[in-house]
Design a protein around this ligand. Structure first.
Ligand code: NAI
Ligand code: MG
Length: 495
């Protein structure tokens, strides 16, 4: 089937033929033990388009047992170069099967097809990157003098659980699974109940790329029924969680029972600082992408514009004009902006704006729910910009996770820094200025895991990613992300 054939069929039927509908356990698709199933919705229409297995604690038990067995019996002792070859093959297959993956992601999450295609390329890149790192995990030797030999081994930690959110289902799975597998860990992944399919498709690709049965398992289902028993399981050695602060806290408390390692990648309320000496076009493009890409449902979205007063009026005027020009529509048609992921989430976003209106906030554009103009269906929110809010306002302090930009006015660079750091989050910060001295001085003082200078979202799989404060801790991506799946064993011998 050629590209346009498949896409045409999906547009006609509203679903993708051949979607996986079981859990992925021990190298094959299986029904949930209790036989239960649930529906996944297409946010672009608000209608269910496919069913999937609704796993529970019994399925988690089987998946963890499978992963623990595969760890001891095969994967930790597979030669690193051989692990690398499997991951490299998987990277190629992700690209080769990219169209199906992108369409599945678009239907399931609501994101625009072109963004989903970008996520597929990113997922392949994560496997490519970590494929090359498998055989470069070196230990060290320690200088104990002539009568001793001291050295370290970078050992895989064991079974790694991955709790995956709905905003970047494939990307988040890939950036977690690739380093875990590269390090020699085995995996049980729990995708979000809103977006189960691409993690299942990825597990199947990995098996066809040569991954032994049991090394990668996927249990679909709800957070309460499948996620909670997974993170509480005594045979899980490491948890990578991406999602909300509230659930992250719960996961960390549960992990404490077995002293299980956790990486928490939680929310953000990331500032984009625009100083008056910036390249205006560059800054306008950056601010637009920072908040309206994926309809603002990005942990690292730039949801606060911290702008120097001198240029604020003209800049905001142009920003509002651009926001009003954005087209909304079903993701498969590649509008400028797609829907948000669920009816509940849409209501949550709308609640923030209703309360803001009641407080007398000035909404420069947007602020209401919407539908696909072609069908009148779907869960959409207008691209929204809210004029200057005081630092204590909930639009400044709380993650909305939607296409809502809150403005804050700054007198100068130091004031901008103070405003930027003034939330309980610290995931990323963006900065637009032509003065490199100012840029790097602020970069040191910004309380955030990463700083983007003159290009929001600059970076790639090579760059460690994670938060400070309520945005969480631990780092994914980069070699640091790989080391997160290793533990150091020190060996000291008397000669
Ligand atoms: P959530 O944090 O509850 O869900 C994320 C993942 O955790 C899903 O796979 C879910 O099934 C799982 N989960 C839920 N409860 C669990 C538990 N007790 N133990 C283990 N796993 C569990 O987030 P939700 O409810 O989907 O969205 C709520 C809000 O969180 C959103 O409105 C948004 O503001 C924020 N969010 C932030 C994300 C980020 O990337 N920082 C991603 C998704 C949501
Ligand atoms: Mg869905």
């Amino acid at each position: 089937m050629t590209t346009s054939d498949l896409l045409g069929e999906v547009k006609r039927t509203g679903t993708l033929p051949g979607l996986p509908d079981g859990l992925y356990l021990d190298g094959s698709f299986q029904a949930a033990r209790a036989g239960r199933r649930m529906e996944s919705f297409d946010p672009g229409t608000g209608e269910a388009f496919a069913e999937f297995a609704r796993g529970d604690a019994a399925d988690v038990e089987a998946a963890v047992a499978s992963a623990a067995h595969a760890f001891k019996s095969v994967w930790r002792d597979t030669a690193p170069a051989a692990r690398g070859r499997i991951l490299a093959r998987a990277a190629q297959m992700i690209l080769a099967e990219g169209e199906r993956l992108a369409i599945a992601e678009c239907l399931d999450s609501g994101k625009r097809l072109s963004e989903a295609e970008g996520d597929v390329r990113g997922a392949a890149r994560a496997f490519e990157y970590y494929a090359g790192a498998c055989d470069k995990l070196e230990g060290r030797s320690f200088p104990l003098g002539p009568d001793y030999l001291g050295y370290s081994l970078a050992e895989p930690v064991g079974v790694a659980a991955h709790i995956i959110p709905w905003n970047y289902p494939l990307s988040t799975a890939a950036r977690g699974l690739a380093p875990a597998l590269a390090a020699g860990c085995t995996v049980v992944a729990k995708p979000a109940e809103q977006t189960p399919f691409t993690a299942l498709m990825l597990a199947d690709i990995l098996t066809r790329a040569g991954l032994p049965a049991g090394v990668c398992n996927v249990v679909t289902g709800t957070g309460a029924e499948a996620g909670a028993p997974l993170v509480a399981h005594p045979l899980v050695d490491h948890i990578t969680f991406t999602g909300s602060v509230a659930t992250g806290r719960r996961v960390m408390k549960s992990a404490a029972d077995h002293v299980t390692r956790v990486v928490l990648e939680l929310g953000g309320k990331s500032p984009v600082i625009v100083l008056d000496d910036c390249d205006r076009e560059q800054a306008l493009d950056g601010v637009m992408g920072a908040i309206f890409e994926n309809a603002g449902q990005i942990c690292s979205a730039g949801s606060r514009l911290v702008i120097q007063r001198g240029i604020a009026d003209g800049f905001l005027e142009e920003l509002v004009a651009r926001a009003r020009r954005l087209t909304l529509g079903h993701g498969l048609r590649n509008p400028d902006m797609g829907p948000v992921n669920s009816a509940e989430h849409l209501a949550k976003i709308a609640g923030f704006l209703d309360r803001a209106r009641a407080r007398g906030a000035e909404i420069l554009t947007g602020g209401r729910t919407a539908t696909d103009p072609q069908t009148g269906k779907g869960w959409f929110f207008e691209p929204t910009i809210v004029a200057d809010r005081p630092a204590a306002d909930e639009l400044v302090q709380e993650e909305i996770f939607g296409p809502v930009l809150t403005v804050q006015l700054a007198d100068d660079a130091d004031h901008a820094l103070e405003l930027a750091n003034g939330t309980p989050f610290g995931l990323v910060a963006g900065l637009y200025t032509r003065d490199h001295g100012t840029a790097h001085r602020l970069a040191r003082r910004l309380d955030a895991g990463q700083v983007y200078i003159n290009e929001y979202f600059a970076g790639g799989i090579e760059v460690p990613f994670g938060g400070t404060k309520l945005s969480g801790f631990g780092r994914e991506k980069g070699l640091e992300g790989l080391l997160g799946y290793c533990r150091t064993k020190s060996v000291a011998a008397r000669l």
